[in-house]
Design a protein around this ligand. Structure first.
Ligand SMILES: C[S@@+](CC[C@H](N)C(=O)[O-])C[C@H]1O[C@@H](n2cnc3c(N)ncnc32)[C@H](O)[C@@H]1O
Length: 333
């Protein structure tokens, strides 16, 4: 006998406790702040208001509304075909990194401009710097090999209050480089983060797109949810993160914690091996789950506990720094 459909839980328990998106989307409030969202909102089989998540325009417009309502970013747009990120999942990575820094800081998340973060592969959407700055006041450098992504990310930064001066977007001139060409001499970062290109080839990215749209029961959408060059890299996630691990060893004294998302568990053994070979002192794997999708952050440091404490004293103990206020809800003018 077939079971009646059950409504999804109101609280997304899998998300980080500080994630602002643990509750169900309040479509009424979102539409008040972003009226163009209304055209995409319709009742789902359970009678609740929902959105066609297979429609990139709908997802992009939801992102606009969420960024406006939760992150004080009234002007956000990306060109057609660029990755419209699921914001709750992106926010989770930022909050888990905040916890990681807190461990080096006596349990307290260091906030404000004294914390500097490098986002490798910032994308046109500039999502991690926006969330990290609005939540914790951190300063960001975002790198990308795609000149369009850098131009759009810079536009987002320039057109929203308080982001200029907090987020610096830099073009990586060589696709094979990760930190080299971006990190300036003597520049220090408390964290690096990255959502790496996942697939090993354009064909693989397109096949995955086809499978995903088939599962959602819709027609394949060209460049569904991301430019193909945003989603693939010669050798895929494993090669990209291997390069990152290798290069991080050259920056071992310029950064407290390096980190990356890892989507494929098969990538983990190779990454751990490289980090061990290069002398990482501590490697942490932090699990994250968003709905059915399970992912993880791998973070590593080349600094021993004593050096970590020295880092803390030198960089964060200059007194508390103010964090910009993020409204809980409501349209930000
Ligand atoms: C999966 S997308 C992530 C975009 C965004 N951070 C997000 O999470 O939605 C990966 C990004 O890495 C960029 N990328 C590829 N190779 C790179 C490199 N060597 N250095 C910096 N960015 C790179 C791509 O252009 C793309 O924007």
């Amino acid at each position: 006998m077939s079971q009646p459909p059950t409504n999804p839980p109101a609280e997304k328990d899998g998300l980080h406790p500080r994630n602002r998106h643990r509750g169900r989307y309040d479509f009424a409030a979102l539409q008040r702040a972003t009226p163009e969202l209304a055209q995409f909102v319709a009742p789902n089989p359970f009678g609740d208001e929902s959105l066609d998540f297979a429609n990139p325009e709908a997802v992009k417009t939801l992102n606009k509304a969420l960024l406006r309502q939760f992150y004080h970013v009234p002007h956000w747009d990306i060109p057609a075909g660029y990755l419209a990120p699921p914001i709750p999942g992106r926010a989770d990575y930022v909050h888990y990194l905040a916890d990681l820094l807190a461990k080096t800081n006596g349990g307290e998340v260091p906030t404000g401009k004294r914390v500097r973060v490098l986002d490798v592969g910032v994308g046109a959407n500039c999502i991690y710097p926006i969330i990290g700055h609005r939540e914790y006041g951190w300063r960001f450098v975002g790198s990308d090999v795609d000149p369009v992504a850098i131009r759009v990310a810079k536009q987002i930064v320039a057109s929203n209050p308080g982001l200029s001066g907090a987020i610096d977007c830099r073009l990586q001139p060589r696709a094979s480089d990760i930190f080299s060409g971006i990190v300036k001499a003597n520049e220090l970062f408390d964290l690096t983060m990255c959502n790496p290109p996942f697939h090993a080839s354009a064909a693989e990215a397109e096949a995955a797109n086809r499978r995903k749209t088939q599962n959602l029961g819709t027609k394949p959408v060209p460049n569904f949810g991301g430019q193909s060059n945003e989603l693939w890299y010669e050798g895929g996630e494993a090669t990209f993160t291997w390069r990152m691990a290798e290069e991080s060893a050259l920056q071992r004294h310029n950064c407290l914690w390096f980190s990356t998302l890892i989507s494929k568990k098969e990538t983990l053994p190779g990454l751990y091996k490289t980090l061990e070979k290069r002398g990482a002192v501590e490697v942490r794997t932090i699990g994250m789950s968003q709905g059915q999708k399970v992912s993880r952050i791998v973070a590593w440091t080349f600094l021993n506990p004593e050096q970590q404490q020295q880092w803390r004293q030198r960089r964060w103990q200059a007194g508390p720094a103010p964090v910009p206020t993020v409204p809980e809800s409501g349209h930000v003018k």
